[in-house]
Design a protein around this ligand. Structure first.
Ligand SMILES: [Zn+2]
Length: 573
């Protein structure tokens, strides 16, 4: 009998009276670790709840009740008494940009903060933690959340006079700098600005006010010490650490810069499984077959390096070039998403597709030929239709993960049905709905099309695989925030936070599946991770308390206290 089957069957001795309980004597070495007295949500449909489990050689080796597991412990077994708190499988974020977010991880993170005083408090705190003269980076600020007035260099000078400070806004369109940074970069009000940029000038002094719009941010590029401060490996290490602290053990990422990941892997600091999406450098021209032949060679080189790493033997694959990413349209906020009917608040807008239908079809076919599953960014209902058409014309990778569409912010019911019939995965980000429906989405698409927006419920009701994620750094990295968003499906309308379409929220179990096993199934690792099941890598998360039943608002105040990857603690103590 396979080991996993024995362990499962022996967990139900009533049904199998002849089955001797698992023991350290009869079944080989004692586990390295057991976790007892836990409220385990396994995400394994064959046994959704458990009280304890054992880990041997980095994998779950037995799962059951305290009685089942406790006696497996040997002299060298680490025993964790969870004291009744909830344990979940390692969380999987289906859409991240780790390197894009690394500035927030390494520097200050001002995203989703309304109070400017709090921005300054965080900058001051960072300044106190860094030697004078070191760059303070990060940002994510949004003055529209606050008083709508752009911040100034003087505000930063007050809290960090001795450090150069450079903070990007939430959309990456403006940079906010202090006097020290402006001086170091040698910028004056008269500096020539690259096309499309602007140095905001203080009319009272005639000097730069501290805000550099669009390409003007590039004027800081050669400033002394900045390159070192933005080293991608350092930034990536901080982003991985942040991910672990939030309970994430796997991400589907779109960063590029493979060497930064390989360097972390070499140093044993890649404590996160990364399923990397690759974007062809010349997506707009070049022969598709040649582009993907080149990427396939790069993938082969990387797979060889990763397979040879001692960390792969100990923890399973931590980095793979898993899929390719294409983009068909823009976003609703700027009226650049492709819609079937005109925008309600700008009927004359004529968004252009980012690639032609012919080009999209050719790219997808070439990707499949070279065994790359395809993910396409499509936000408007017309963009989603185009991508479904293209997927229908080119069967996906045989035996590989399904093709997927990213975001799917507006989709017709007919197309939801096509996701199912064509076997396409929907990859959606809950906070993109809750942040923005009341903010601008109702304006863009009108209330009559709102039923087709952010239709997680429709996807699940049709049996479409739904992968949830954050799209960090554009929205909160914290999976518990994103999952909470699916439970309440609330947005701010006319100043009041309330549900906009009662009855179309998800249950906690549905959302948890979207943040675990569904994400695993969209990689090559569906049998290796995604649930607390015997034989899978022991990736799991310990919360600070037991989750209430049913899981409701209290989820917002839960915190991750420990994160484990392949039976090794990577966050918490
Ligand atoms: Zn993205």
């Amino acid at each position: 009998m396979p080991r996993f089957l024995a362990a499962i069957l022996c967990a139900v001795p009533v049904l199998l009276a002849g089955c001797s309980p698992p023991s350290s004597d009869s079944e080989g070495p004692a586990p390295d670790l057991i976790v007892i007295n836990a409220d385990v949500h396994t995400v394994d449909p064959s046994a959704p709840k458990a009280g304890a489990f054992a880990v041997t050689d980095g994998r779950f080796s037995a799962i059951g009740t305290n009685e089942d597991i406790r006696h497996l412990a040997g002299d060298a077994t680490t025993v964790i008494d969870a004291g009744g708190v909830t344990v979940l499988p390692g969380l999987i974020d289906g859409h991240t940009h780790l390197i894009g977010g690394s500035g927030l991880a390494v520097g200050v993170d001002l995203s989703n903060i309304e109070d400017k005083e709090e921005w300054l408090r965080r900058v001051r705190e960072k300044a106190m933690s860094l030697p004078e003269g070191e760059w303070i980076l990060g940002g994510g600020w949004d003055h529209n959340l606050s008083d709508g007035i752009l911040p100034t260099k003087e505000m930063l000078d007050q809290v960090a006079p001795a450090h150069p400070v450079l903070l990007d806004d939430i959309d990456g369109h403006s940079t906010w700098a202090n006097s020290r940074a402006i001086e170091l970069a040698g910028i004056t009000a008269d500096s020539p600005v690259p096309a499309g940029g602007e140095i905001v000038v203080d009319p009272a002094t005639g000097q730069p006010a501290g805000i550099f719009k669009e390409t003007a941010g590039r004027l800081f590029d050669g400033a002394p010490g900045l390159a070192e401060a933005t080293d991608p490996v350092t930034g990536l290490a901080a982003a991985v650490e942040l991910a672990n602290s939030l309970g994430l053990t796997t991400v589907h990422d779109m960063s590029g810069n493979f060497d930064a990941f390989l360097s972390l892997l070499d140093d044993g600091k890649l404590t996160l499984r990364v399923w990397q999406g690759v974007r062809p450098a010349a997506a707009d021209d070049g022969v598709p077959a040649d582009l993907y032949a080149g990427l396939a060679r790069e993938r082969a080189r990387i797979r060889e390096l990763v397979a040879a790493s001692p960390h792969t033997a100990a923890s399973g694959t931590l980095f793979d070039i898993g899929y390719t990413k294409l983009i068909i349209d823009g976003v609703l906020s700027t009226h650049t998403a492709l819609m079937k009917a005109p925008y309600s608040d700008m009927p004359d807008a004529e968004p252009e597709p980012f690639v032609s239908k012919e080009r999209l079809n050719a790219m997808i076919a070439a990707a499949h030929q070279h065994d790359f599953p395809v993910a396409v960014h499509a936000i408007g209902d017309e963009g989603v239709s185009w991508v479904l058409d293209a997927f229908a014309a080119s069967p996906g990778v045989a035996g590989g993960p399904a093709d997927r569409i990213e975001h799917v912010e507006v989709v017709t019911p007919d197309d939801v049905e096509r996701f199912r019939s064509q076997g396409v995965t929907a990859s959606m980000q809950p906070h993109h709905a809750t942040c923005c429906v009341g903010n601008y989405v109702i304006g863009r698409i009108g209330r009559e099309r709102l039923d087709n927006a952010y239709d997680w419920r429709g996807m699940l009701d049709q049996g479409v695989p739904l992968v949830l994620g954050s799209d960090w750094p554009t929205s909160p990295f914290d999976p518990l925030v994103q999952i909470t968003d699916t439970l309440h499906r609330e947005t701010r309308i006319d100043g009041v936070v309330r549900p906009w379409d009662e009855g179309r929220a998800l249950t906690f179990d549905e959302a948890l599946y979207g943040y675990t096993q569904a994400g695993a199934n969209a990689t090559d690792w569906g049998d290796e991770i995604g649930s607390i099941s015997v034989g899978k890598w022991a990736d799991f998360v310990v919360l600070d308390e037991q989750l209430a039943e049913p899981v409701g608002r209290s989820l917002e105040s839960r915190r991750v206290t420990q994160t484990w990857l392949a039976g090794r603690r990577v966050f918490g103590e």
